[in-house]
Ligand binder design. Sequence first.
Ligand code: ZN
Length: 203
Amino acid sequence: MKIFCVGRNYADHIKELGNAVPEDPVIFMKPKSALLQGHTPFYYPEFCNELHYEVELVLQISKNGKYIPEKHASKYYNQISVGIDFTARDIQTELKKKGLPWEKAKAWDNSAVIGKWLNITPEILENSIQFSLQKNKQTVQNGNSKDMIFSFNYLISHISQYFSLNIGDMVFTGTPAGVGECVVGDVLEGFFEKEKMFEVEIK
Ligand code: ZN
């Protein structure tokens, strides 16, 4: 199982971090060990001094494929969730300055939180999806899939030009504006429309 992540897919988030709008999707990966398993507590990583949440829509791949044309891409994922791409922002800022890879900031153990899965219906794909994150019961991020720079189908097609997609792989599709810091004791809750998808407490 592989976890793909998309960076810089919402214009308002690109602005808040002072990044340039990409011509091509920014893709990075997290290993399987990054996935926080159900009922495992989330511990603030020792090496980090500025832990950020990034709430994202997550797709699950349902069919093996490579070089998938965009017009067929919707046949390759059948479940959707909301997750957090936890980021050691202090480390990422240093790595970006030096032009180094992001794994130490993004791919560490338990850095990927994924909520429950919903089956994707034609309705879900036709309409825009509103999703959000609450920190200690206050909404801190509010996104809508219609604001994505690169659509689900474009992303699946693009990723598959470089990597085989396999059943069970997951794709974090990028975070909207509002990323911010969390500390020990904070409780994060992710929502798909009005439905609560996960709850994580930082220990
Ligand atoms: Zn992200």
